[in-house]
Design a protein around this ligand. Structure first.
Ligand SMILES: [Cu+2]
Length: 486
């Protein structure tokens, strides 16, 4: 038994002693504790959620091919649940409220157990408005070759932060004067994924009263719904960034997670050049660049080499269409780290298809014709801040089918579209020629653009299929990828 296994066993033992036995696997389950902590943002104390593993660090890490065997302990005085973003559990353990399991009550503990899968940079987060208050953490599943590689792993979780509560932010977007509109945990909205009252009559662009809201792509009002108080990388702003020691000439694997609720970023490596080697945890043919876009929910694995002469190198995340930025600094021993202001001189790039079009999956879906195709429109009415996915109500698939969904954005905001329980492949952009694009779980559909994805229906359930902009999701951009007979 090596040291790591021994430690695991010791932790397992402690867990066993201190809790009631829930099934035979409880003794080996790792405890993930849901609580709160205080961080400092812009010089002010902020109480935010925490998701702490047995090692005291945020989130969890696994070896590919093992079991996700976790006891989730809710120490909060409120209901909550956690979604395992990027994993493909049985539907019952997906962690969306009421889909199908209820949230964990205050003080409740629940065991989750299923194969963790083939690996990748993933994350975990509340599928409720609690996500805004940092109920999010890394969920890293390392492939054997990544563990064996002579490279330093650096995990970066990006977030956007507001001192205003999520419920108030949502109420403001909806134009409600009643800022206190109570939406604790949003469990009811999530539970009503097939809500009959949901506005499927999304307006098209021609009839949209919100045209004056900025009809031109690139206008900042349509890029960002919310002016946050801060943009965080591993809980910190650029006023006091995390500085990570690296080796001269060493290789680094950045595992970057965009856990922001309403902010897309471009990762800027500055003087360094990197290669994207995986998106959403799924390997792609390496593409070299200095900047890599990532929308909400997405992950990027970037491999880079530290120059042999050493130095300090900021790894920035530039806010889309705005000058704000966040990031970390990697530095070799003795290198001077100079300060970078959290607001830069230029605005961050606006995300389009340039990056997506160049990605090719290393393990694509089998070459196969679709058994069934659906078209889903992404529509929005900015005046009332209501969003919808007309066409999605028709989705009903059978196990074993190859499914294709064409997502057509008829609104003036970009939508990061996320399908639970599956990894899909991007096979078409704007109806152009088919290609073997990235395998993902979250893809950006910019305004007036179209993305076609292919899915192997191999995991029965009634899966959430939604926009990963938290406030779009909470305002109607939420649908179901439903299997027959479930
Ligand atoms: Cu959206």
């Amino acid at each position: 038994m090596n040291r790591r296994t021994l430690l695991k066993a010791a932790v397992g033992g402690a867990v066993f002693m201190s809790m009631p036995i829930i099934g035979v696997f409880a003794a080996t389950a790792r405890t993930l504790t849901l609580g709160t902590r205080v961080i400092e943002v812009n010089g002010r104390a902020a109480t935010v959620y925490s998701l702490t593993g047995p090692d005291g660090k945020p989130g969890l890490a696994f070896d590919a091919g093992t079991d996700f065997d976790v006891l989730l302990a809710n120490t909060l005085g409120e209901e909550t649940i956690v979604h395992w973003h990027g994993l493909t559990p049985p539907w019952q353990q997906d962690g969306v409220p009421e889909a199908p399991m209820p949230q964990l009550k205050a003080g409740e503990r629940r065991t989750f157990r299923f194969p963790v899968g083939s690996g990748g940079t993933h994350w975990m987060h509340a599928h409720t408005l609690q996500e805004q208050n940092l109920l999010a953490a890394p969920l890293i599943v390392r492939r054997a070759e990544e563990v064996a590689a002579d490279e330093q792993e650096i995990v970066v979780l990006l977030h956007d932060f507001s001192f205003t509560s999520a419920a108030e932010l949502l109420a403001k977007l909806k134009g409600s004067s009643a800022g206190g509109h109570a939406m604790p945990g949003m469990g009811h909205d999530m539970g009503a994924m097939n809500m009959p009252g949901m506005d499927h009559g999304g307006m098209d662009m021609g009839s949209m009263p919100g045209m004056e809201h900025g009809g031109m792509p690139g206008m900042s009002m349509d890029l960002n719904d919310i002016e946050y108080d801060a943009y965080l990388a591993n809980d910190r702003t650029l006023d006091d960034p995390e500085v990570i020691r690296v080796e001269k000439g060493g290789t680094v694997r950045l595992r970057i997670i965009n856990g922001a609720t309403g902010t897309a970023f471009s990762i800027d490596l500055g003087a360094l050049e990197g290669q994207v080697v995986a998106v959403d945890g799924q390997p792609v043919r390496p593409v070299a660049a200095r900047r890599f876009p990532m929308t909400m929910g997405q992950r990027l694995d970037i491999r880079l080499r530290v120059p042999s002469e050493g130095g300090a190198f900021p790894i920035l995340a530039l806010r889309e269409g705005a000058p704000q930025r966040t990031g970390i600094v990697i530095a070799t021993a003795g290198a001077a780290v100079s300060k970078l202001p959290p607001v830069g001189e230029a605005t961050g790039p606006v995300l389009d298809f340039a990056h997506e079009a160049g990605l090719r999956a290393i393990a694509p879906l089998a070459d196969r014709k679709a058994d069934v195709r659906y078209a889903v429109d992404l529509t929005g009415n900015m005046a009332g801040y209501s969003w919808a996915m007309p066409g999605s109500e028709a989705i009903r698939v059978k196990r074993g089918q190859r499914v294709e969904i064409e997502m057509r954005n008829a609104s003036m905001m970009a939508h990061p579209m996320h399908l639970h329980g599956h990894h899909f492949q991007v096979v078409g952009l704007d109806g152009g020629s088919r290609f073997s694009g990235a395998v993902r779980d979250t893809v950006l559909v910019p305004p007036s653009r179209t993305v076609t994805i292919a899915i192997d229906a191999d995991n029965p359930g009634r899966w959430a299929f939604h926009c990963h902009h938290l406030y779009h999701m909470a305002s109607g951009m939420m649908a179901t990828f439903a299997y027959d007979g479930v």
